[in-house]
Design a protein around this ligand. Structure first.
Ligand SMILES: [Zn+2]
Length: 46
């Protein structure tokens, strides 16, 4: 696991939750979510 990079994605997940995620970062977030179960769990709990 690379928890270090996940903290940045957790911020992006928070931004998406508040509809404040820049469009350019959405693709990178989706790409990460496809491979990272812990961030999917974070998204589900957001
Ligand atoms: Zn992650």
């Amino acid at each position: 696991m690379n928890a270090g990079s996940c903290s940045a994605f957790e911020i992006a997940i928070e931004q998406r939750f508040h509809d404040a995620l820049p469009a350019g970062e959405g693709a990178a977030l989706d790409e990460h979510l496809a491979t990272c179960a812990s961030c999917v769990a974070y998204l589900a709990s957001a």
